[in-house]
Ligand binder design. Structure first.
Ligand code: COA
Length: 260
């Protein structure tokens, strides 16, 4: 597959997806959202890909938002369609992705950019990263999950302040807010993300996938997360990974998970 707006590389079990529109600070136009969807679909289907790192090209931006030039003339109906398609193709897809997705936030993560980072399973930032939801400064509100995922991550009051002021926070404040798990230098960002990805990839990815479903269940309306956990826990006993993991432990050897 030839991508115009993103890069998709696979190496040592790692899928690296990079938004690649540096002249527009990696802003998400429709074509980029579609390509990201295709890359994630390819990563889901490819057994070689165990963990995904999502980042942006260059040293300035992760993603500086949805592409403002594309929607400035939209009608009410087109606005609704834009948000709904984005949720379906990318943001909800990433949030519920069956393989771990780590966002490596290497610069500006604004609007749709922060929403994309928040859809990932967790975030790491470089020291120069700046994050915010500036939509109300444009007369619109976050439309790719920001009003829901930001309060889940940082709490309602902080989310309200960030959304209402349209301001940016720096990487260290994002760390204090639990919006990112780690802050490292720009040079260390990808190696650090890869190290974490490597640690995850050593575990049973069948179990990791079940854990993603169980954790996400806590945020689904009308779903009892404890019940989902009990179900997923029980199902794990029927997997080959469980037989391998427990017998490796009992025989004092390293597990070699078949991934089934
Ligand atoms: N949509 C479309 N184009 C964008 C963009 C976006 N969200 N963010 C940046 N760009 C483009 C700029 O228009 C500019 O293009 P040009 O060179 O063709 O004029 C290019 O990226 C570089 O951005 P520029 O604004 O010149 O860089 P800067 O360093 O002065 O400022 C930002 C950086 C991130 C503060 C500024 O680009 C910005 O505020 N972007 C919009 C952020 C936003 O509101 N996002 C939410 C959208 S809902």
């Amino acid at each position: 597959m030839n991508y115009k707006n993103i890069l998709f590389e696979i190496e040592n079990g790692l899928g690296r997806i990079t938004v690649n529109r540096p002249s527009k600070l990696n802003a998400l136009n429709k074509a980029t959202i579609q390509e990201l969807h295709e890359a994630f679909t390819a990563a889901e289907d490819d057994d070689k890909v165990k963990v995904i790192i999502l980042t942006g090209t260059g040293e300035k931006a992760f993603v500086a938002g949805a592409d403002i030039s594309e929607f400035s003339e939209y009608s009410v109906e087109e606005g609704k369609e834009l948000a709904a398609r984005g949720h379906e193709l990318l943001f909800n897809y990433v949030a519920n992705f069956p393989k771990p997705v780590i966002a490596a936030v290497n610069g500006f993560a604004l609007g749709g950019g922060l929403e994309l980072a928040m859809a990932a399973h967790f975030r790491i930032a470089s020291e120069n990263a700046k994050m915010g939801l500036p939509e109300v400064s444009l007369g619109v509100i976050p439309g790719y999950g920001g009003t829901q995922r930001l309060p889940q991550l940082v709490g309602k009051g902080r989310a309200m302040e960030m959304i209402m002021t349209a301001g940016m926070i720096d990487a260290n404040q994002a760390l204090r807010y639990d919006l990112v798990n780690h802050v490292v230098t720009q040079e260390e960002l990808l190696p650090f993300a890869e190290k974490l990805a490597g640690k995850i990839a050593k575990n049973s990815l069948v179990a990791v996938s079940a854990a993603i479903r169980a954790v996400n269940a806590a945020y689904e309306t009308g779903v009892n997360g404890f019940e989902v956990e009990i179900e997923e826990f029980g199902n794990a006993f029927g997997t080959e990974d469980f037989s391998e993991g427990t017998s490796a432990f009992l025989n004092k050897r390293k597990a070699d998970f078949p991934g089934r």
